[in-house]
Ligand binder design. Sequence first.
Ligand SMILES: *[C@@H]1O[C@H](CO)[C@@H](O)[C@H](O)[C@H]1NC(C)=O
Ligand SMILES: *[C@@H]1O[C@H](CO)[C@@H](O)[C@H](O)[C@H]1NC(C)=O
Ligand SMILES: *[C@@H]1O[C@H](CO)[C@@H](O)[C@H](O)[C@H]1NC(C)=O
Ligand SMILES: [Zn+2]
Length: 447
Amino acid sequence: MKILVIKFILLFAFVSSEKVRFDNYSLYKIFPKNEHHISVLQELRNNEDKYDFWKDPAVASEFISVLSSPQGKSELESFLNYYNIEFVITQSNIQEIIDKENVATYTRNNLRNMTWTRYYDMESINSWLDDLVSSYSVVTAIVGGRSLEGRDIKGIKISHGSGRRAIVLEGGIHAREWISPTAVCYIIDQLLTSNDRETRAAAADYDWYIFPVTNPDGYIFSHQVNRMWRKNRRPIGSNYGVDLNRNWNNNWLVHGSSSNPARDDYAGLGPFSEPESRSLSSYLLTLQGKIDLYLSFHSFGHLLLLPFGNTTEPLANYQDAMNIGRRAMGALSVRYGTKYVTGNIAEAIYLATGGSIDWVKEHLQVPLVYCYELRDQGTYGFLLPENQILPNNEEVMDSVIELIHQAKRFGYMSSASGLKASLLMLTALVLFYHFLNTKINVKINNY
Ligand SMILES: *[C@@H]1O[C@H](CO)[C@@H](O)[C@H](O)[C@H]1NC(C)=O
Ligand SMILES: *[C@@H]1O[C@H](CO)[C@@H](O)[C@H](O)[C@H]1NC(C)=O
Ligand SMILES: *[C@@H]1O[C@H](CO)[C@@H](O)[C@H](O)[C@H]1NC(C)=O
Ligand SMILES: [Zn+2]
């Protein structure tokens, strides 16, 4: 197994404006059936740099996604056959898919130029955000921090008045997960343009702090040089990049992260060693005590994750957060039948710490914190085709509205400011309503 190592990391380390190519690289969807399968796959992942695990092996894994170079394929297949592990090849040449990705450019001063059938580069997303700021009085520009290469982590705040509780959306912390920034941008678009009554109420009742791309250096690198880039662009010796979702100061480097800078889950030299995670966390600290809901967007796998990543123990308000999340995923499935699984990070994927949602939950004490793993389930993985962007974004928007709706029913979020006069009556009503719903819920759960 250890000979013929053509290291992915060598490819990744190239400093060059030449695009990294993935000719005849194949995407495998692998179906482990027992713990032995999981453990041999984990060993393969930990010992071989030539395979890029897009989805890591974990006890709960229904499937695992692995990208192999053409040179690594026969060895991978012998390995899987030797252990009797089922697999399918979902893509035999991912360079073909990359070549078909037709990244769009947004033209300034024309909000209608933004579509949901294309991916956009960093400059386009930033221009669109700037145009929103100049077009809508309820939108202001915010800066969540700075990247290593000195770029702003640009965001917008949507606010219809003072005294509102906050909702925070964080996208694009992993560069290659392109569906994440577009989903976050679509939510922005809906909050500003939708005619749906509940969506308009959600937009007006909360202060929304929204960052579509929290890893701008990595996002640009994934467009210009290496489509499979995940981390930021920190140089460390001959390697590059820290996994920004392993760098937050909560159980840092305890589980599911690496101290080897060559690896994709390298956690950095210390907690918050990276400007992106450090500056964004400082920004979030200025909102401490105001945030009701925090959502982080990743891909892929159809999952809604909640803290924590260090244990499968049900910590904090796990039961409520699970119930609210499951109902929201029910709403997500209505439009296109897409089924998401809800669970904490450790039970739904694997033990992994140092991620943003655990820090937000623990340090900011935000009651409801979730991480989406968006489409798909390993057919295309990070290379989700453009015709799935809009369906993905629509179903996610449905679920965000339902999250808020359910959070209110469970007593976690209230609507609007300006109702102080009728607050007492409202509280009484909410309690009564909650009481009724609790009874109804019991029936539904027993169904
Ligand atoms: C990819 O595979 C095809 C078919 O086996 C082969 O003809 C082609 O030369 C390969 N391309 C590269 C760049 O290796
Ligand atoms: C956006 O603008 C570009 C350049 O003018 C144009 O080619 C493209 O068709 C426009 N897209 C939409 C959806 O209007
Ligand atoms: C997991 O992390 C949480 C939050 O930091 C902490 O409260 C809990 O004690 C940890 N549990 C274990 C088993 O490490
Ligand atoms: Zn991710």
